[in-house]
Design a protein around this ligand. Sequence first.
Ligand code: ADP
Length: 417
Amino acid sequence: MTILHGCVADDFTGAVDLAGNFAARGLNAVVITEPDSALHELPSDTEAVIIALKTRTAAPDAAVRQSVDAFRRLSEAGARQLYFKYCSTFDSTEHGNIGPVIDATLAELDLTTTIVVPSFPGNGRTVRDGQLSVWGELLEHSSMRHHPLTPMTESDVRLLLSRQAQTPVDFIELATVRDGVDALRAALERASSPSAVVIDAVTDADLTTIAAAAAGLRFVTGGSGLALGIPVPERRAAETPRLAALAGNRVILCGSASTRTQEQVQAAKKAGFLSLQVDPRAGTEQIASIVRWARESWAERPDVPVLVYATGSPDDLAIDDASAHADAADRIERTLAEAAAALIDAGAVEVISAGGETSGRIVTELGISSLKLGQPICPGVSWARATTADDHVINLALKSGNFGSTEFFVEAWDELA
Ligand code: ADP
């Protein structure tokens, strides 16, 4: 087995997102959540391994320890290129973990240079003049400004990173990328040493140039978009196995508060989905009533997914004190994760989980150690097959809050037909 790409993702939705992009380039990609055991049980044709961590909002020392440990294991397993995957909107706080993980990984691997490429044009995330935009709007003016855990009030990736990292930040502008692979490689060689080099990218073609120029770098960092730039192996067409629908009930568990997810919640309600909002002031004591309600709903309308959500409109987030807010966020995550396990026990076999943190909690609570990638649903989201610690086999879609069309909750199931 030759692992071409050994990756560490800072959340679980991002891990599946990255696997989907490798798969779109024709590589066999596997997502694992327990590096100790699962790295030794990889299918022999594995070419990209993504270790899913839940470190985006973890304390920096824990995030660094877990990430460096994961990279060390991937390195020992023979991975040729190491890839730190974070959010295409650079989700982090000023004291966030992207910079410290880059610092520590460079030190661990005894390297001087890496690249920083958050762009994911297929989802509207681009970097020009170092400024990150979401569908043409600067990040600081986008809805990410109001994210409950990682509010993004700065758009300049160089500034965002230099506030977090000890490693000096360098920059390569779009014109150099557009000059082609050789010019970009030469610019990377000229970059200050040590440095983390932020590179502009606006189109998938820019990512192709960057991936080619960085092919010889031991360690790269970025959103999942960078993987879309890697060369497709000539030996086969890009194709992922299609997962079939499973017989049983369907549930959407939605902890994201992102604007797009709120629209998706409204669209699902409009489509007639039965829905239940969790109470952010209450906790896991709600689970019994959630399960009772879901059972009744499935009995009443077996063909319709049920929707359990935390935030359906901006007013739901009206908790202004920061610590009360963090407590509520944690309660919601715990409630949805434990509800997921209880609902699967009650007969759910197909699950959409919306929200990065939420999905991390759910996958951990279910004791899922690896995810078998299936068909894509939209840029950044794929169906995956997983077996829970209790041996339930499920189809699972982990959706980052701002991904997917407004009709995602209604239409994603069609891909399983
Ligand atoms: P996204 O992918 O949109 O960032 P996440 O699940 O990563 O979604 O983050 C959303 C966070 O917001 C979670 O911690 C969730 O528990 C929290 N949250 C959702 N709704 C509310 C609410 N009404 N009040 C407080 N926190 C909330």
